[in-house]
Structure formats: structure tokens, C-alpha cells
Design a protein around this ligand. Structure first.
Ligand SMILES: C[S@@+](CC[C@H](N)C(=O)[O-])C[C@H]1O[C@@H](n2cnc3c(N)ncnc32)[C@H](O)[C@@H]1O
Length: 254
């Protein structure tokens, strides 16, 4: 993969169509429903280029964003304009984070689907649990493994208008492993600039299509109570087996 092009175009191709502000406000509202308060401190695990973290900071939450990908954190840090240094970004996984006592932790846009084995996901949930304050809240979203069994992922092509008359065509080709639970996603991106010059890059990533029942078991073992399993696009609508993108809202139980 041409990683320079991947990072250069990441936000304009992958995050431009997402409403980070609305997602953040829905989570703050959910936190309020559960605790009767607004969160003062937020941990964003797998924060990528920091889009949710900036929205939490705008909502007066002292926010820490962490990600294992240094390229993503470099983009997030370039966006920092606030004199108070909020949000703060670090390249690390949850085990490498020294601070704790967060009232709210989030892990959004399928971070959990990047974790491929059960032991690693248990450590991930336990690490988040350990860094929450008593009765802290954890919200994450991911693909629904049951929806994927009912309607397996298919090849998709999307066209995105970029700045200055350029456009991108992104084709994503899923290759399910033998069990269907692990899917290799192969992506071809072709960029056409205003003068018709073409460039491009490819990249692959692997996702695990966790089922809600397995996630509930691992969350329970990590000390969480699962409060709601909903449509990720609407935290008040319960997920059905067909809901492809689901969100879990959890409370630190012990
Ligand atoms: C699709 S991006 C989502 C980024 C961001 N949360 C957003 O909503 O734009 C998934 C991110 O998860 C990060 N990631 C994957 N596994 C991780 C882990 N174990 N710990 C921290 N970050 C992780 C990846 O590096 C990537 O930046």
C-alpha cells in the first residue's frame, strides 16, 4: 500500500460522510440518561484521526484519544487548535495508557472488529474497565456477526467527491475466511484529479464479525453490565438480528 496516500486521503474518503457531532451528542445524551450528568472526562480508544475526540472537547469534556496507528495520531495532532490542549492524543494501546478514572470511554467506527481473537478482546475490554471511574460508562460500535451470517458482506463501490474538483472511487472486496467469522477486506482506491490525472493505492485490513452473544459474554467477564444493544445509528432503537451496525452501552459493574 502507498501509506502516504492512505493517510492523506483518509479523512476525505472515509470520515467525510459521517456525522461525528451527532454521534457524540447522542452518546453524551445516553450517558445523561444513565447517570443524570454530563461526562467530564472521556477516553476515546482507537480514536483514529480524532474526530469524535474533538467533538467531545467542544462539549467541554476533557478528552484523551489513543490509537495504535502512529499515522492516524499524527493527523489528529495536526488538527489541534485549542489553547487548552484538549483533546490530548497518544500512540498506544489500552494496556499502555497510564491515566485512568475516565467517566466515559468510547471505541467507535468498528475498532472492536479489528480485534481478531477472544483473549485479546477480553484484555481490551478489561483494560477499558480498569481505566473507568466507578460506575463509568463504555460505548462502542461494531459490525454484527449475526447480520453478517444472514446477509454476508458483498463487494461495494463508492464514489466520493474530493476538494478542488478531484474524485475518488473506492472498491471494497470482502474475502470471508472458512468460518465466515473473519473477513479480509481488500480495498482499491483510484483518485482522479481536476486535470484527469489518475493515482491510486490499495490497502487490506482484517475484521472479525463478533456476534452480540460473544460480546456480551466477554463484557460480562470484564466486569461490565450491558445496558443496551442498539442500532449504532440510533442509540434508542434496539438492534435486531439484521442490524448490521450495532452499538453497546455498558456500565462498569464492579
Ligand atoms: C475505522 S478506524 C476508526 C477511527 C475513529 N474511531 C473514527 O471513528 O473515525 C479504526 C481505528 O482503530 C484503531 N485500532 C484498531 N485496533 C486497536 C487497538 N487494539 N487499540 C487502539 N486502536 C486500535 C486503528 O488503528 C484505526 O485507527
Amino acid at each position: 500500500m502507498n501509506s502516504a496516500l492512505f493517510y492523506q486521503y483518509y479523512d476525505s474518503i472515509y470520515t467525510a460522510s459521517k456525522n461525528y457531532r451527532a454521534e457524540t451528542e447522542a452518546i453524551i445524551e445516553r450517558f445523561g440518561d444513565i447517570t443524570g450528568r454530563t461526562p467530564q472526562t472521556v477516553l476515546d480508544v482507537g480514536c483514529g484521526t480524532g474526530n469524535h475526540a474533538f467533538c467531545f472537547a467542544e462539549n467541554h469534556c476533557k478528552t484523551t484519544g489513543i490509537d495504535i496507528d502512529a499515522g492516524m495520531i499524527a493527523i489528529a495532532k495536526k488538527k489541534i487548535q485549542r489553547p487548552d490542549g484538549n483533546p490530548a492524543f497518544f500512540v498506544c494501546d489500552i494496556a499502555g495508557l497510564s491515566s485512568s478514572g475516565f467517566e466515559l470511554a468510547v471505541s467507535l467506527f468498528n475498532v472492536v472488529s479489528y480485534i481478531l481473537n477472544t483473549g485479546t478482546l477480553l484484555d481490551f475490554f478489561s483494560g477499558i474497565h480498569k481505566r473507568l471511574s466507578p460506575e463509568g460508562v463504555f460505548v462502542f460500535d461494531c459490525w454484527n456477526g449475526v447480520a453478517a451470517i444472514l446477509s454476508p458482506p458483498k463487494e461495494q463501490v463508492k464514489r466520493v467527491q474530493l476538494r478542488e474538483g478531484a474524485s475518488a472511487e473506492v472498491s471494497s472486496i470482502p474475502s470471508p475466511g472458512p468460518s465466515g467469522e473473519i473477513v479480509l477486506m481488500h480495498n482499491n482506491v483510484t483518485i482522479t484529479d481536476a486535470a484527469g490525472e489518475i493515482s491510486g493505492f490499495t490497502y487490506d485490513y482484517t475484521q472479525r464479525l463478533w456476534t452480540p452473544e460473544t460480546l456480551k459474554d466477554l463484557l460480562h467477564l470484564s466486569g461490565f453490565q450491558v445496558m443496551f444493544v442498539t442500532d449504532a445509528g440510533d442509540l434508542k432503537t434496539p438492534a435486531s438480528p439484521q442490524t448490521w451496525k450495532i452499538a453497546f452501552t455498558c456500565l462498569k459493574r464492579i
